[in-house]
Design a binder for this molecule. Structure first.
Ligand code: UDP
Ligand code: MG
Length: 343
């Protein structure tokens, strides 16, 4: 049984009541991490209190089956700096983080893993970097403590590929320890397993991004929730991100261009075959070129229609959510409100 008893310095008297609007919200997704939770919450709290920050810790239990939820509930009864969100079932790390983001009230949001692999002691360094004018500060596990062949190597390749495709040059996308300005997080919608691409999504939203080296520890309790299978999912997500970055507001430029090319080459081949038949009276019924001409023509029409539908869909995507196609960093002048200014 994991009955949580608050240590003397974490008793309800020692912890200041949760402020109306904390400066920092720390979001932690939790899936079967019962043994790590007490130490994790304690270290986050101690670190932030040392930095004299108003903070809240938001632990999102992602349908754990090892008693993590029960332990978190007990802890939340004692601690006023802890908010616990219990999801109905296991949704995955991205939805768990999204749930934490929705609940977070701080001007700054920090995320980290619930398995003690990230070190909460690094949080003040991230916050210091953020205050230099960045919108997102990402941790870089410079001395990573994971198996080389199955974890570190695929991650090195993935980081290089992601850098090439998204244009955000970071050493380590996979590190969960990150700090964000709250406005930035509010602008990003997360789906699938896109938590790995938060810097890329932030970059699409025009964020200023940097990274700083952080500690990394081997897993002490429990086991990793991912295997090599995630490599394929990362690649597929990368395609989505590439599309978002390049063509989201102009799909017709891709599909229209491909469609026209296919239509033109299909028509040219068809005309050539028609000339053979009509002028020179040759038999074209058994020529593979005829199949190619028909396929190209049909593919062209379809790509073109697909582009039109994508244009329609893109307008619905933006207009139904009042999602502008630009992001303002700051407006200065009469009537202007500085973004990020306390209200
Ligand atoms: N996690 C989660 N839901 C899941 C899988 C993972 O909330 O379905 C959490 C997990 O508890 C941990 C973080 O996401 O806090 C990262 O998971 P893990 O440590 O297994 O990933 P790794 O560090 O091995 O990449
Ligand atoms: Mg981990």
């Amino acid at each position: 049984m994991n009955l949580y008893t608050a240590s003397p310095q974490t008793s309800s008297q020692a912890i200041a009541p949760a402020p109306a609007k904390p400066e920092v919200s720390v979001v932690v997704p939790i899936y079967n991490e019962v043994d790590s939770i007490p130490h994790l919450v304690e270290t986050i709290a101690t670190t932030l209190r040392k930095s004299r920050l108003n903070y809240e810790i938001i632990c999102v239990d992602d349908g754990s089956r090892d008693g993590s939820a029960e332990l978190l509930k007990q802890m939340a009864e004692v601690r006023q700096d802890l908010c616990v969100v219990l999801l109905r079932r296991n949704y995955g790390q991205t939805p768990a983080m999204a749930a934490g983001f929705h609940r977070a009230r701080g001007q700054t949001i920090v995320t980290l893993d619930g398995d003690l692999q990230n070190d909460p002691v690094d949080i003040p360094n991230l916050l210091a970097a953020l205050s230099e004018g960045y919108d997102l500060v990402s941790g870089w596990r410079k001395h990573r403590k994971d198996a080389t062949l199955t974890r570190t190597l695929p991650s090195k390749i993935a980081n290089w590929l992601i850098g090439q495709i998204t244009g955000v040059k970071l050493h380590d996308y996979g590190c969960s320890l990150k700090a964000y300005r709250a406005e930035l997080v509010a602008d990003m919608n997360l789906y699938g397993e896109l938590h790995r691409f938060l810097p890329a999504l932030a970059y699409i939203e025009g964020a200023r991004i940097t990274e700083i080296p952080v500690n990394h520890h081997a897993r002490r309790f429990g086991k990793s929730k991912y295997g090599l299978g995630r490599t394929f999912r990362v690649l597929m997500d990368l395609l989505t991100i590439y599309f978002f970055k390049t063509f989201l507001t102009r799909p017709m430029h891709v599909f229209g261009l491909l469609g026209i090319l296919a239509l033109l080459s299909g028509s040219a081949t068809g005309l050539y075959l028609a000339a053979l038949k009509l002028i020179w009276g040759q038999d074209i019924g058994n020529r593979p070129l005829l199949v190619l001409a028909v396929v190209l023509f049909l593919a062209g029409v379809q790509l073109f229609c697909f582009g039109l539908l994508a244009e329609l869909q893109m307008r619905t995507y933006h207009e139904s959510q009042n999602r502008p196609i630009y992001r303002v960093r700051e407006t200065i002048g009469p009537g202007g409100v500085r973004v990020g200014q306390a209200d």
